[in-house]
Unconditional design. Structure first.
Length: 72
């Protein structure tokens, strides 16, 4: 039984993507951001947005609606 994925990737592509994602999650920069988020604490009504050297709490809708802010 194959594990379904939302992007419709082939099993080979899915393995490669998972390896890339895991490598990205283990970079020193990403580890530091995760640790900082845990220190600050998450709220169910907002996201923590890393902007350069600062972190600010923004609404979930604003942080995840990147297409409305002209970002890719």
């Amino acid at each position: 039984m194959a594990i379904a994925n939302s992007q419709g990737l082939s099993p080979t592509a899915l393995r490669a993507k998972r390896a890339r994602d895991l490598a990205a999650a283990k970079t020193p920069k990403r580890k530091a951001r995760k640790a900082e988020n845990q220190r600050i604490g998450q709220s169910p009504t907002s996201d923590l947005h890393h902007n350069g050297h600062t972190v600010r709490r923004v609404s979930i809708a604003y942080n995840r609606a990147t297409h409305t802010r002209g970002e890719v």
